[in-house]
Design a protein around this ligand. Structure first.
Ligand SMILES: [Zn+2]
Length: 97
């Protein structure tokens, strides 16, 4: 019955490798050839391939969008979309708040 547990461990390591964004079959085969215990420890020590880099990128992108919205101000008099740095509307001269 020992081979069955051995195979089950290899399948589990393959599953863990897949969840870490690594090659499931390469890790499962390595566990089968070497030892599921050793390969399992190596896999546990290795960092995730799917880091939070993508998460950080999307966050900085939304920050840029907010900045763009604040750079424009609508004139209360004529509805002209003026630059936020303008004190007066370039079209009608109305004071911008
Ligand atoms: Zn205006």
């Amino acid at each position: 019955m020992r081979w069955f547990f051995w195979l089950l461990l290899c399948a589990f390591i393959g599953y863990c490798a897949d969840r870490k964004g690594r090659n499931m079959w390469a890790w499962g085969l390595a566990a089968l050839v070497l030892s599921p215990v050793i390969v399992g420890i190596v896999l546990a020590l290795m960092p995730d391939e799917k880091g939070n880099g993508g998460n950080h990128l999307s966050r900085s992108y939304s920050d840029n969008e907010e900045d763009e919205e604040q750079e424009e101000r609508r004139c209360p008099e004529c509805g002209y979309l003026a630059d936020a740095r303008e004190q007066h509307c370039p079209r009608c001269g109305e004071m911008l708040w």
